[in-house]
Design a protein around this ligand. Structure first.
Ligand SMILES: [Cu+2]
Length: 153
C-alpha cells in the first residue's frame, strides 16, 4: 500500500504531462476549434481527478458547533467513538498524523479530508438517533481498521 501510492501519483502526474503535451502539439498544427476540443478534454480529465479529493459534501461547521478533534493515522481514528445529541451541531476537526486520510459518514453526507500538513474541519449533524459509522475512504484503510462509531441519542 505505502509503496504503491507514490508510483500511482507519479503515473497520474506523467499522464497529466502527456495530455498537456498532446494539447500543446494540437495547438501548433490545428485550427482554433480543434485546440478548444483538446482543452475541453483535458479539463474534463482534471475535474475527474479533483472530484476524488474534494468532495462537495464537505460543509463548514455551524456557528457554535461543538468541536471534536479527530486524529487519523494509519490505520485508526482517535477517538474511535464519538457521542452526540440528536440535532447537535458538531465541528469535526480532522488532522492526520502521517498520510492523507479522510472522515466519511455516508448516511450524513460527511466527507472531511486531512493531509499530513493540512487538516480540515467539517460540520456534522444527525437529526435521527442511531449509530453512524465513520471510516476512511482511502482504498484499503477501512478494512485495515480505520473505522469508528458516532452514537447519536
Ligand atoms: Cu486513511
Amino acid at each position: 500500500m505505502f509503496k504503491r501510492l507514490p508510483i500511482l501519483i507519479a503515473t497520474v502526474t506523467a499522464l497529466g504531462l502527456l495530455v498537456g503535451l498532446l494539447a500543446a502539439c494540437g495547438n501548433d498544427g490545428s485550427d482554433r476549434e480543434g485546440s478548444n476540443m483538446m482543452s475541453d478534454m483535458s479539463m474534463g480529465h482534471d475535474m475527474d481527478m479533483s472530484g476524488r479529493d474534494n468532495s462537495p459534501s464537505t460543509r463548514p461547521p455551524a456557528e457554535g458547533a461543538r468541536e471534536i478533534q479527530v486524529v487519523a493515522r494509519s490505520f485508526a481514528f482517535e477517538p474511535s467513538e464519538i457521542e452526540a445529541k440528536v440535532g447537535e451541531e458538531l465541528a469535526v476537526s480532522l488532522t492526520s498524523a502521517d498520510i492523507t486520510h479522510d472522515f466519511v459518514i455516508d448516511e450524513l453526507g460527511v466527507h472531511v479530508q486531512a493531509d499530513k500538513d493540512a487538516g480540515e474541519t467539517g460540520g456534522v449533524r444527525a437529526d435521527t438517533a442511531g449509530s453512524y459509522t465513520y471510516y476512511c475512504s482511502v482504498p484499503g484503510h477501512r478494512t485495515a481498521g480505520m473505522e469508528g462509531t458516532l452514537t447519536v441519542a
